[in-house]
Design a protein around this ligand. Structure first.
Ligand code: S3P
Length: 428
């Protein structure tokens, strides 16, 4: 599907966005491992989270989906059954890496298969710690490294202490989930904080989990107790509309009931540092996650900033759309320490640079990020999503302030995380 976008001014809207992708995945996974039934509301009915549901249904868990309400009839830590055929993980890195932690503790083998993008993403990062806990991985090897499709044979797991070599919530979560099945305690030490939804939800469901500085410890073999889970709006989806307000003169956009977990709000800090007006209202707690209404108001004088270090994990998925905002800011924006972008759904350093250049943005790739020389006029163009949902939506935001019309090719990939994105944008 090709999507054409025309420039817009003065966006004044109050809206909601679909449920948080990271939390929706975790709600299904942990719900399946609970004793009892979890009713999930505000679930993200996007392709990635539906892949997670499909995997657990294939392992004998009864899950019903009615719009954004999902009911998971958990069978406890030891209730999964061997799938009859390979588990289909689609485009979803979160499904693949987190489920691998759970599969490591099962008394059966299972094979994970994804799409071309997923099959080219690194899996050594989970295979290394999970193997040292007692699981066995075999699969596609290239240059001595593991990729999907791969097979996990679960084993009797032993708790470990593992220092993450990369800042990755997916790897941290895989090890903690395996830790639920392990003898003794499992500790993960992070170089810098990454999203902590797994820790919060495990605690919410009664797991024995402690955090001390950058070390998270879970005790194995304790049951999880079912509770109802409400999922907040996804800040990574809200990001496109907040950034649209930041660059379209005269705009004010409020996104209601969005998750504002401090491990996810780097974009808000970056926008404020660039000069945009951001306010939070109606702050509450939803099942252990902070939530608020976020408003972004256009400010005529955005300026470039430098982003790196510990800020990167707090806005890793928002860097493509932040690069778009940077294109409208005075001066240079430098994004550094962001090599992880190279192993996302696409190499997001390359795809952002290549596609924004087509629209006239003065942007260059660096070894660990990109530099954007802002405040040059943008023009509409024919651009490609590269089948990466976040690239498609970021280019759509750039199109709102480009001269002429922009066509985003292969735009249907937005359904991975934000079904209805273009309808919402069109309605504005
Ligand atoms: C996610 C963690 C991040 C993020 C991804 C979702 C999660 O990936 O980019 O979209 O739900 O844990 P990494 O763990 O690879 O940084």
């Amino acid at each position: 599907m090709n999507q054409t976008i025309h420039p817009k001014q003065a966006l004044r809207h109050v809206l909601t966005v679909p449920g948080d992708k990271s939390i929706s995945h975790r709600a299904v996974m942990l719900g399946a491992l609970c004793e009892g039934t979890c009713r999930i509301s505000g679930f993200l009915n996007g392709e990635d989270c539906l892949s997670t549901i499909g995997c657990f249904q294939a392992m004998g868990i009864d899950i019903t989906v009615e719009g954004t309400s999902v009911t998971v009839h958990g069978k406890g830590l030891h209730g999964l059954t061997a799938p009859a055929s390979p588990l289909q993980v689609g485009n979803s890195g979160t499904t693949t890496r987190l489920i691998s932690g759970i599969l490591s503790g099962q008394p059966f083998s299972s094979t994970l298969i994804g799409d071309d993008s997923l099959n080219s993403r690194p899996m050594n990062r989970i295979a290394t710690p999970l193997s040292s806990m007692g699981a066995t991985f075999s699969g596609t090897e290239k240059n001595g490294k593991l990729y999907a499709p791969f097979t996990i044979t679960g084993g009797a797991l032993q708790g470990i202490t593992y220092s993450l070599p990369v800042s990755s919530a997916q790897v941290k979560s895989a090890v903690l989930l395996a830790g639920l099945y392990a003898e003794g305690q499992t500790t993960v030490i992070e170089p810098e904080p990454t999203r902590d939804h797994t820790e919060r939800m495990l605690r919410f469901l009664g797991a024995d989990l402690k955090t001390e500085g950058n070390a998270i410890t879970v005790s194995g073999k304790n049951p999880l107790i079912a509770k109802d889970i409400s999922v907040p709006g996804d800040i990574s989806s809200a990001a496109y509309f907040l950034c649209a307000a930041a660059i379209c003169p005269g705009s004010t956009i409020t996104v209601k009931q969005v998750g504002v977990n401090p491990t996810r709000t780097g974009l808000l800090d970056a926008l404020k540092a660039m000069g945009a007006q951001i306010t939070l209202e109606n702050e509450t707690d939803l099942c252990g996650e902070p939530v608020a209404d976020i408003t972004c108001t256009y400010a005529p004088t955005l300026h470039g900033i430098t982003i790196g270090g510990a800020q990167i994990p707090t806005l890793i998925d928002e860097i493509p759309v932040l690069a778009v905002v940077a294109a409208f800011a005075q001066g240079d924006t430098i994004i550094q320490d962001a090599t992880e972008l190279k192993v996302k759904e696409t190499n997001r350093i390359q795809t952002v640079v290549e596609e924004l250049q087509k629209m006239g943005v003065d942007i260059e790739e660096t070894a660990d990020g990109m530099v954007i020389h802002g405040a040059r006029p943008l023009h509409g163009a024919k651009v490609k999503s590269h089948l990466d949902h976040r690239i498609a939506m970021s280019l759509a935001v750039a199109a709102l302030q480009a001269e002429g019309e922009t066509t985003v090719q292969d735009a249907q990939c937005v359904d991975i995380s934000f079904p209805g994105f273009f309808d919402l944008l069109e309605r504005m």
